[in-house]
Ligand binder design. Sequence first.
Ligand code: UDP
Length: 323
Amino acid sequence: MILVVGGAGYIGSHLVKELVETEEVIVLDHLSTGHREAVDSRAIFVEGNLGNEAELQLIFKRYPIKAVMHFAAFSLVGESVIDPLKYYENNVASTLTLLKVMLENHVKNFIFSSTAATYGIPTVDMIDEKTATSPINPYGHSKLLIEQILADFHAAYGLNYVALRYFNAAGAHESAKIGESHNPETHLIPIILQQLLGHREKIAVFGSDYETPDGTCIRDYIHVDDLASAHILALEALLSEKKSAAIYNLGNGLGYSVKEVIEMCEKVTGIKANVEMAERRAGDPARLVASSEKIFSELGWKAERNLEQIITDAWKWHQNQLY
Ligand code: UDP
């Protein structure tokens, strides 16, 4: 059985939908940002907090858990700057409690949701896992701290782990039964699609004077179902003992500017966007594009869905958003 912590969230719920095909799954989520409706009905659902040691002990005693996948983090960069305690408490302290209870119960396989925010403002065009990490906000720091803890626990206690550094997760399950639903929504693609649906008056482009060809920020958008399949491969690699400690980037290897993303949304939907140029948003690097060569060569994973597919699936979801 696999414990998926944060399995009611955006990325976790997509992973669960794929994982239930081959494994028994238990989801732990406190539903502060996740959605109960997003959890596949084939998974066992427990409402609770990963920082609650007694609750975790009960779960590990009751179920034969062989691996833990951990998605339950706060992930808004701006909020992390304003309220770092919230981030260090949940993303670091509660994760440490989870790891401690795992080790006490002899569960030694862990898959961790990390982030491109660990790189800070990289000086290279294609970021690979050897690129220096230097976070510029508490969110990125909180994730990098856990990566360090995992390396130390691997060396000291034999904890096996894969940390996956996501670039810009986007899109929705092809069934359109689950998708992205944040409140408030801060991410670019849902904001554009909400505007095209008439739920917002305009789209503010945060900065048009970056050192990029059209002046807007470039990001690497990766379909949430491609992220899910990477987790499945990472889990197989741990369970088969092919890997015992690894960090991988997960991206498409392609960069799209904010303007290009808006244009693609207009193309997919056939609707013209109402766009205004705005000030830069604090903490945004000009360009974040991943090399995912390492996970391709070691686990055979690569992104299957391009930006057009991402937006096509996201559009299906947003037109009939279920939660
Ligand atoms: N962005 C924007 N307007 C918005 C939301 C986002 O111009 O309303 C830009 C943002 O500055 C960044 C890119 O879109 O350059 C992707 O932002 P998002 O918040 O989706 O993801 P992040 O890169 O922060 O993880």
